[in-house]
Design a protein around this ligand. Structure first.
Ligand code: ATP
Ligand code: MG
Length: 278
């Protein structure tokens, strides 16, 4: 397959991006004292942590702890009121999701953001269409065949099984839909993959398939951030766990320190733990 003017087919993109993945354990994305309020409500207050290449970081906390708000700021979907974001040690301003994507940061949001009426290929390429060469590029004529072929190769590479790429995403199972969303992010992420509760609505087998993709992303050398309420998954997967409570980071645990008991203590806080102890 020949690269189309200016826009590389997916498979080339995957190849190039793999080569550009940073060396293991280098700090890739750092947030420093990030804060965001909604009116009087301090959703996130001075949150700081670092994501490293080849590591999975889990972000945990009760409902409303501020996890999705942090993720939206890291993805350029929400501007922080205060604080700094550094990519590869350089201060960046993520004023919109496109600027985050350009820096290699891909996000799968809690509410998924797939377009159910459109088919799998279109969902994979939305905003990143491959155009035909020559005049076709100026006329913005989409090269559907190149997109189909690249999507087929990419999904096979990720071992994502979908019977027809022409199928509308709305007709897929929850797990398959989630796989399309993660697959899209994985194909385009060159540094950071962020997932907000990717297994929340899934059964056991579907969750296992998604978690396999998460491990695959780590093995590819990406810095991975996953939000999950399922503590056994967190303990199993995470190299580092960041715990939030009432908008604040109340603990950053390494793999050895991460136990269910310790996580629950940090998530619910001393007041609630002491109530249970009484
Ligand atoms: N757009 C918004 N407008 C007003 N308040 C908001 C908005 N988005 C979030 N909040 C509030 O900010 C706080 C943090 O919300 P956030 O969605 O970050 O929590 P979360 O940790 O992701 O929770 P969950 O586990 O339920 O997804 C909550 O109190 C929430 O009600
Ligand atoms: Mg959330």
């Amino acid at each position: 397959m020949r690269p189309v003017d200016g826009q590389l087919p997916l498979i080339w993109g995957v190849f190039m991006q793999r080569k550009s993945v940073t060396s293991s354990l280098a700090p890739v994305l750092e947030v420093r004292d990030l804060s965001k309020s909604y009116g009087a409500l301090k959703a996130v207050e001075s949150a700081s942590f670092t994501l490293r290449a080849g590591q999975i970081t889990a972000l945990v906390g009760d409902n409303g702890a501020g996890k999705s708000t942090v993720v939206k700021m890291m993805a350029g979907a929400l501007m922080p009121d205060a604080g700094e974001i550094l990519v590869d040690g350089v201060l960046v301003e993520l004023s919109d999701p496109i600027s985050a994507r350009r820096l290699g940061i891909e996000t799968v949001y809690q509410d998924l953001a797939v377009l159910p009426n459109l088919d799998v290929v279109t969902n994979l390429y939305i905003g990143r269409e491959i155009y035909r060469g020559g005049a076709g590029r100026f006329l913005r004529i989409v090269n559907r065949r190149a997109m189909m072929e690249a999507a087929r190769v990419a999904l096979a590479d990720l071992d994502i099984k979908i019977s027809s790429l022409r199928q509308s995403v709305g007709s897929l199972s929850g797990g398959q839909r989630q796989s399309v969303a993660i697959g899209r992010a994985l194909v385009f992420a060159s540094k950071v993959l962020i997932m907000d509760e990717p297994t929340a609505a899934l059964g056991v087998a579907e969750s296992a398939a998604v978690l396999r993709l998460v491990n695959y992303a780590r093995d590819r050398g990406l810095a991975v951030l996953i939000i999950s309420h399922i503590l056994p998954h967190v303990i199993d997967l995470a190299d580092q766990v960041v715990v939030m409570r009432h908008g604040r980071v109340v603990g950053v645990l390494g793999r050895e320190e991460t136990t269910q008991k310790r996580l629950v203590e940090l998530i619910v806080g001393p007041e609630s733990t002491s109530i249970h102890d009484r």
